[in-house]
Design a protein around this ligand. Structure first.
Ligand SMILES: [Zn+2]
Length: 262
């Protein structure tokens, strides 16, 4: 099983080497800004793509947190869609295997159906040059991908899109736990809806089940049952990205913790 980590974007190849990881995930530019993607790798996008291939490292890009293509607010939805396309283009340019994006949310009083339909419009509007992996979230008012019935709504909406087969799922274990989804069944539950799990974000949680809080912890140091955490990773049978606190040493320790239980 391939296990890597979320790393700094300046030199993802060096970060992978420091963790002996076959894959890494990173942001392209400011995860909280609308400015658009930037390639921090000194030698540029083409070199990053080629160097990753040469090093045998798979790259994954995490879209900015502020992307919310579901919202009814035009001033957020329209720039979000633009930012998503820009990140698709940049991630494809570096040969990334996938672009991870959060499901987003609608406003408190909105009908979630509008959010589902906005997802459909986004998938129709964006030219998906690489797989787009929609991630479950831990909280958020009226979230699109916290609870299973909402994930179902998103998938029902996008299933008619021409590019539906380019949309996959990223299962975050911290978000599933804190979001209130039983880890005993979440892999089967998600697969029954999406038909696929393309990537796992393996994180422990500092918070209780269904707390709605998004605070990652190192593996075994949080409130997720260790056996369940390992079982989710095993059953999902997809590449794993650790988004746990700390640097290379902590990620090496988390990788060892996980491998010992798989
Ligand atoms: Zn995550």
């Amino acid at each position: 099983m391939d296990i890597g980590a979320h790393v700094d974007q300046t030199d993802p190849i060096a970060e992978a080497r420091a963790r002996q990881a076959p894959l890494v995930q990173f942001f392209l530019g400011d995860p909280q800004g609308y400015k658009g993607p930037e390639i921090s790798y000194a030698a540029g996008a083409d070199a990053l793509r080629d160097d990753a291939v040469a090093a045998g490292v798979d790259l994954y890009v995490h879209a900015p947190y502020i992307v919310n293509v579901a919202t009814t607010n035009n001033r957020i939805r329209i720039p979000s869609r633009k930012l998503l396309q820009q990140h698709v283009d940049a991630a494809a340019a570096i040969g990334a295997k996938g672009l991870i994006v959060h499901g987003g949310h609608v406003n408190k009083s909105d009908d979630p159906q509008v959010g589902f339909d906005n997802w459909r419009k986004a998938v129709d509007a964006v030219d998906l040059k690489l797989p787009l992996l929609i991630e479950n979230t831990a909280g958020g008012d009226n979230a699109m991908t916290r609870y299973l019935e909402r994930i179902q709504g998103v998938w029902d909406a996008i299933s008619s899109c021409e590019q539906a087969d380019r949309v996959g799922f990223c299962l975050d274990t911290c978000h599933a736990h804190a979001g209130g989804n039983a880890l005993e069944t979440v892999v089967d539950d998600v697969r029954a809806i999406t038909g696929r799990i393309d990537l796992v974000h393996c994180n422990d949680s500092r918070d209780d089940f269904d707390s709605g809080a998004d605070r990652h912890a190192n593996l075994g140091a949080g409130k997720v049952d260790p056996d369940l955490l390992a079982a989710v990773v095993r059953d999902a049978a997809a590449p794993v990205v650790l988004e746990t606190p700390g640097g290379a040493d902590d990620h090496v320790a988390d990788t060892r913790w996980l491998r010992d239980r798989l």
